[in-house]
Design a protein around this ligand. Structure first.
Ligand SMILES: C[S@@+](CC[C@H](N)C(=O)[O-])C[C@H]1O[C@@H](n2cnc3c(N)ncnc32)[C@H](O)[C@@H]1O
Length: 256
């Protein structure tokens, strides 16, 4: 994947452990393998080390492998693929596309991702200011993350596809029943993106029995860990095992 300089937008060329453009802007490659191209200090710093670690522990148990497999059915080996907000790269590293780029703002996430996937390109950057060229990607994905609509449309090739993964109504409902007096179902209204048309929507679900440790990691990796009161959080401690629904929506959009 050709990367462009976040300062002057010229091409970046790799020279050993540095990326450099013709104007002399240079960016070091971290020892794990990712490059830091982040320029806007005021934005979020991405998921914390604790959240990334919890997600890594949980995803490595392969409870979401059925989602990965469904996504891989929509991907070709010769695709140029960009995973916007790739986190610690569980999905990115396992996509069958040979040309894979993962972008995220979490340094901890990219450390894991780039350490375990030497064939992928990993970039620390905001997904709202992507250091890639217009029309460079056959597939762009966003899994449980903010949707950078304009950048998605800009970097997709004509007829390229955007795959959006978000929770369906019942996703983790039993976890919410355990935590909250009034558990709520997720909202699932359509998401329109100017410049793309929605071609298909897939809904997939599966149940799993989770042990205490898995429940703890699952809770920590979700936004609920930031929004749940301390007294509600305690309810999880008395739960040794729980059958939980995983329910995902995959929206597939085509660039027109
Ligand atoms: C819930 S996690 C999902 C990670 C990954 N897609 C997965 O499903 O395993 C959301 C991710 O979005 C990243 N993120 C949030 N805002 C971002 C931004 N503006 N630019 C880049 N990454 C961002 C966070 O650092 C985090 O890794």
């Amino acid at each position: 994947m050709e990367i462009r300089c976040p300062v002057c937008k010229e091409a970046l060329h790799r020279e050993e452990n540095t990326y450099r453009c013709i104007h002399g802007h240079s960016f070091d490659i971290a020892k794990e393998g990712y490059v830091n191209l982040y320029r806007h200090k005021s934005e979020t710093s991405g998921d914390s080390k604790e959240m990334i670690l919890a997600r890594r522990n949980f995803l490595n148990k392969d409870h979401y492998r059925f989602l990965l497999e469904e996504l891989n059915r929509c991907i070709d080996e010769d695709d140029v693929l960009v995973d916007l907000a790739c986190g610690e790269g569980y999905y990115t590293s396992k996509f069958k596309a040979k040309d894979r780029t993962g972008i995220d703002l979490s340094k901890q996430g990219l450390r894991y991702a780039s350490k375990s996937d030497k064939d992928g390109t990993y970039i620390l950057s905001s997904i709202f200011d992507v250091p890639l060229y217009d029309r460079c990607a056959d597939k762009v994905l966003t899994i449980f993350a903010p949707i950078a609509k304009e950048e998605i449309v800009r970097i997709l090739k004509e007829e390229g596809r955007f795959l959006l993964v978000r929770p369906d109504e019942d996703h983790l409902f039993e976890l919410k029943e355990t935590l909250y007096e009034k558990p709520y179902r997720n909202e699932t209204e359509e998401i329109a993106i100017e410049g793309l048309i929605e071609e298909k929507q897939l809904k997939i679900h599966q149940k799993a029995i989770l042990n205490k440790e898995e429940l703890h990691d699952l809770f920590l990796m979700t936004p609920y860990s930031n929004t749940t009161s301390p007294s509600d959080k305690k309810k999880l401690d008395s739960c040794d095992e729980l059958s939980v629904t995983f329910a995902f929506i995959i929206d597939i959009y085509r660039k027109v």
